[in-house]
Write a new protein. Structure first.
Length: 117
């Protein structure tokens, strides 16, 4: 067991303790048809403990990420989100604009998601 495995447990415990509820990762699966008509995208929902807040100013660039976006922190053991997925926050779907792995390299402990309604 590495230190990052231990930190993943700590991150999950902390995010569970401070869980704000109502967070769901909606993992997208594209239709299986041909490229010109792939069919409807389906979603598999996974609830997870986490926290949401306004986006950190350091990520605001005025084009992709703006000041009214939200930042959600989730533990890494609930899946690896990608920008094609959706995040449900208090019953409303949000587009994932950016996925930030914590730490930036190696074994993921948590993810910070920048999302927009």
């Amino acid at each position: 067991m590495t230190i990052y495995d231990d930190l993943r447990v700590v991150a999950t415990d902390l995010l569970t303790d401070f869980d704000q509820g109502g967070l769901v990762l909606r993992v997208a699966t594209k239709g299986a048809g041909p490229a010109h008509n792939p069919g409807a995208t389906t979603y598999a929902d996974t609830s997870f403990p986490g926290v949401a807040r306004g986006v950190s100013q350091r990520y605001v660039d005025g084009s992709l990420i703006i000041a009214t976006d939200k930042q959600v922190t989730m533990p890494a053991n609930f899946g690896t989100p990608v920008v094609e997925d959706l995040l449900t926050l208090d019953g409303t779907d949000h587009q994932i604009l950016k996925v930030i792995q914590i730490p930036a390299a190696g074994t993921a402990v948590a993810f910070a998601l920048i999302v927009r309604k």
